[in-house]
Design a protein. Structure first.
Length: 218
């Protein structure tokens, strides 16, 4: 899709592996899951189950309480360089910046607060903690349960409302929503797909690359 300077612009950004250097979900599951969560991951990567189904089943294997997980994450998280600069650029240019993630809202919110980032809309999985494991649910914009196409629904809602959609992501779950955007900033698995499919995108190493790319897009 072509860009248009008069259009409202939204930057829809993934969280795990995009804003953070590592996938926080995987770190939590590797450490706390009581079961073979990586078999579920393999099924997801093979296209046999949705990303929502994967996360729901995998996090049901985690029995620890919320604070234990937050204490663990706090010492492990590494924010990708350029995040603050990207937020500043979007704010100065009147771009809406949102995070839409298949990760869990509780740790995304805690990480953002920990690094002093406030007033950003975050759409991610809701988590309910119990001794039976974490109950993970993806709720769509209309309040209904959404196991698949969680990220896609947000891209579509902005397109319907005449926004220019800039997509920033890194993983398999970013492929489908990114394909609907006006422009893509990609790394890792998303970048590999874009190259294989000859899909126009801008590669990035850190988020300063995204800022420079946005300056070129105008």
């Amino acid at each position: 899709m072509g860009s248009n300077r008069v259009m409202k612009t939204v930057v829809q950004c993934d969280f795990d592996g995009t804003i953070t250097q590592d996938d926080q979900s995987f770190l939590l599951l590797d450490t706390f899951a009581k079961g073979n969560w990586r078999q579920l991951l393999a099924e997801y990567r093979e296209g046999n189950i949705s990303v929502g189904h994967f996360n729901t089943k995998a996090f049901a294997m985690v029995k620890e309480d919320k604070q234990t997980l937050l204490d663990f994450i706090k010492d492990k998280v590494k924010i990708r360089a350029g995040f603050s600069e990207l937020l500043t650029y979007c704010r100065k240019n009147g771009f809406q910046f949102i995070i839409v993630s298949n990760g869990l809202h509780f740790y995304i919110d805690a990480i953002l607060k920990h690094i002093g980032v406030n007033n950003i809309k975050v759409f991610a999985a809701q988590a309910h903690f119990s001794s039976r494991g974490i109950d993970v649910k993806y709720m769509g914009q209309d309040g209904s349960y959404s196991e698949s196409e969680f990220k896609e629904t947000y891209v579509r809602s902005f397109l319907v409302n005449s926004y220019r959609v800039i997509y920033v992501g890194n993983g398999l779950s970013d492929i489908s929503p990114a394909k609907q955007a006006h422009h893509i900033f990609a790394r890792d698995e998303l970048l590999a797909y874009c190259k294989e499919a000859s899909l126009n995108c801008t590669p990035f190493v850190d988020l300063n690359d995204v800022v420079r790319g946005l300056e070129l897009l105008g």
